[in-house]
Structures are given as structure tokens and as C-alpha cells.
Design a protein. Structure first.
Length: 312
């Protein structure tokens, strides 16, 4: 991994992206199937920064930059099955009243062990905790409990990200309050997430735990935001707004970069060098903003990794 010292470095220019796409158009059909970047198109008016609508939509659609993403997510599932065959089935618990409000606890053998809570991705559209069991071996073998969350999908939430964020926050609060029941140390609680889960991780890290949950303000001791989104303005302008019903309140509340006064945990932010230009920029700019706020943060770039590979 490469630690990036300049958060604004390596911006991918619109011209370079289009140039790469144009070059691939002239390649054989087999190369055409692996085109990386937005499809060839007449240039339209800029919608966000130097991107027109086609480019912005592609920048928030992983399939344009990681065409084998579906195969990789299937590997998440098969590797999780393999992990459970070695570790055993996780402890399944409910953190809320609805059917989806459940979590899987992969328990470490050590008593009073630290806890890592994972928030899965899936463009807010889907994903299941059972398919993100594969990292459990890493944590359990290192002496930490690994907790994977289930929560509502965006369509079931009628397009409201605030509903998803509320469930994730309540799940984290449940883990903190019930840590002793699975021999966990509530004083060593860490939270991470990937992709849309990285977004929800960022939102969770800027939660006012004292006001909203009557808990200590610093219940989270560290955050791992992987390939997430932290400013909803460009996301709102993209085609993701066809299923996320953005309004000004949602955009503001779900943009963790705008609430860094509430960030209390040291944070590590990661992204892959082969991710979309917007996912790279979002993570670099978030780290830059955290540094300006005077909070501890580290940015790590994964060279030659795409969006889905970064989760692995």
C-alpha cells in the first residue's frame, strides 16, 4: 500500500479519461469489452467540476471502472462460506425490531477482546452481512471480535439514506451496550465500512452519541472508511438520485465532511488507484478536510486495486 501525503495529488483529468476511452474504442472487440471509464459520447455541458452528465454518472457507477465487479462480489460470498466452515457460524443477534435489523458476531477466543464493526456496501441497494464474513478470520485470529451488520436497503427505505444511517447507528450503539454479553471490550470499539458502507461509516463517525443515544461521546475509538463518499452534492447530481430521494436536509445530514466538529475517532481512509475519479477525489478531499479540522487521519492508496478489490 502507498500512503498518500498530498491529498490533492493524482487528480484524474477529464481529458485523460476521455482519451483513454477513445483509444479503447479503436481496439479489437475483446478490448472493447474491458473499456474502463465513461462510454464515448458527444461532450455535454459540465454538471460537476469538469464532468458532463455522462461522465458524472459513470463516476458513480462502479461497472464502468470495474467491469468484473460482479464476479468479485460473488467471491465475497464464497470466501465467507469458507470462513464459516473454519470458524463456525456467527452469533446472530437483533439490534432493533424489524426483521432486517440483525448482526453477525464472529467471536474471538480471547476474553474482553476489542470489537470491529463492519458496514457493507452495495450502492445502498443491497448486500448482506453473511457475504461479508470473510474478513472475520483476519480479526478473530488477531484476537478481535468481528461484527457484520445487516440493515435496510435504500428502496425499502423509500429512498431515504437517513433511515439506513439510523439503523447503522443503533446497531453500533447496541454493540457498545451489549459488548459484555459476547466478551467484548466496549472501550475498544472500532467501526469500518466499504463503498456505500464507507459513506455510512463516515456518517456514523460524526454521530453525536451523547445527544442522540445518551452514551459517551467517544464510544468509537477508530474508524476505517474504505472507498466511501462524504459529500452528497455530486452524488445528488448523478444518476444515483434516481433511487435516492435527495432533498437539502438529506444532502446536508448525510454529508459527513460537513460535520467534522463531531469527529472524535482517529480515522484511516483508503481507496484504490483504479477506482472512479470521483471515488478517488471524495476520499482525498475528505482526508484534506479532516486535516484542516485538526483531526488525526491517514490516507492510504491501494496501487492497481479497483473498487471491489479494495474491500478484499
Amino acid at each position: 500500500m502507498k500512503i498518500v501525503t498530498d491529498p490533492l495529488a493524482r487528480r484524474i483529468s477529464r481529458r485523460a479519461t476521455l482519451g483513454g476511452a477513445a483509444a479503447l474504442v479503436a481496439a479489437p472487440a475483446v478490448a472493447d469489452e474491458c473499456r474502463i471509464g465513461p462510454p464515448p459520447h458527444p461532450e455535454g455541458p459540465h454538471v460537476w467540476m469538469e464532468m458532463d452528465q455522462v461522465e458524472l454518472d459513470a463516476a458513480y457507477d462502479q461497472s464502468f471502472y470495474a467491469p468484473l465487479g460482479f464476479q468479485i462480489t460473488k467471491r465475497y460470498a464464497s470466501r465467507s462460506d469458507e470462513a464459516r466452515r473454519r470458524l463456525g457460524q456467527p452469533q446472530r443477534e437483533s439490534y432493533g425490531p424489524s426483521e432486517v435489523e440483525k448482526l453477525d458476531i464472529y467471536r474471538a477466543k480471547q476474553p474482553n477482546a476489542p470489537i470491529f464493526v463492519f458496514i457493507h456496501g452495495g450502492a445502498w441497494l443491497g448486500g448482506e452481512a453473511k457475504n461479508y464474513g470473510y474478513p472475520a478470520e483476519l480479526f478473530v485470529n488477531a484476537g478481535a471480535h468481528y461484527v457484520a451488520l445487516d440493515f435496510i436497503s435504500i428502496k425499502a427505505a423509500n429512498g431515504d439514506l437517513r433511515v439506513m444511517a439510523d439503523q447503522v447507528r443503533r446497531a453500533v450503539a447496541w454493540v457498545y451496550k451489549n459488548a459484555a454479553t459476547f466478551s467484548g471490550d466496549p472501550g475498544r470499539l472500532y467501526v469500518g465500512g466499504h463503498s456505500s458502507g464507507g459513506h455510512l461509516c463516515g456518517v456514523t463517525l460524526v454521530t453525536d452519541w451523547s445527544k442522540d443515544f445518551k452514551l459517551p461521546a467517544d464510544i468509537i475509538k477508530g474508524g476505517l472508511c474504505m472507498s466511501g463518499m462524504y459529500d452528497m452534492k455530486p452524488v445528488r447530481l448523478s444518476k444515483r438520485s434516481t433511487y435516492v430521494k435527495f432533498d437539502d436536509d438529506m444532502e446536508a445530514k448525510m454529508s459527513s465532511q460537513r460535520h467534522l466538529d463531531q469527529l472524535r475517532a482517529p480515522t484511516v481512509v483508503t481507496y484504490g488507484a483504479n477506482e472512479t475519479p470521483e471515488f478517488q477525489r471524495q476520499n482525498r478531499d475528505f482526508v484534506a478536510a479532516v486535516k484542516v479540522a485538526g483531526k488525526p487521519v491517514e490516507l492510504i492508496e491501494g496501487p492497481n486495486y479497483n473498487h471491489f478489490e479494495m474491500c478484499e
